[in-house]
Design a protein around this ligand. Structure first.
Ligand SMILES: [Zn+2]
Length: 83
């Protein structure tokens, strides 16, 4: 079986909520809509990581090159130290 590709987001399930119907004055349960939230969180100023699959993303091409060791930029380490 082929592994499903992670799309780096989490489905927040819809919830039932008690509300008052302003027309009839009665209480009724309504379903709130579900929604997607990003599963990514910042590792530092230039990178983010998916909490589901662990994949690392970069905020810029320069940051990607830096962390993958292709083109090291000293300013990237400097801005991370300041955090
Ligand atoms: Zn992911």
């Amino acid at each position: 079986m082929k592994k499903k590709k992670c799309d780096h987001r989490i489905w927040v399930k819809p919830e039932q909520k008690l509300e008052i119907n302003y027309w009839s004055g009665e209480e009724e349960y309504v379903w709130e809509e579900g929604y997607w939230v990003s599963a990514e969180e910042d590792i530092d100023t230039h990178r983010l990581k998916c909490t589901l699959c662990g994949e690392i993303g970069y905020y810029s091409g320069a940051a990607k090159d830096h962390f993958e060791g292709r083109n090291v930029q000293s300013w990237i380490d400097e801005t991370n130290k300041k955090r």
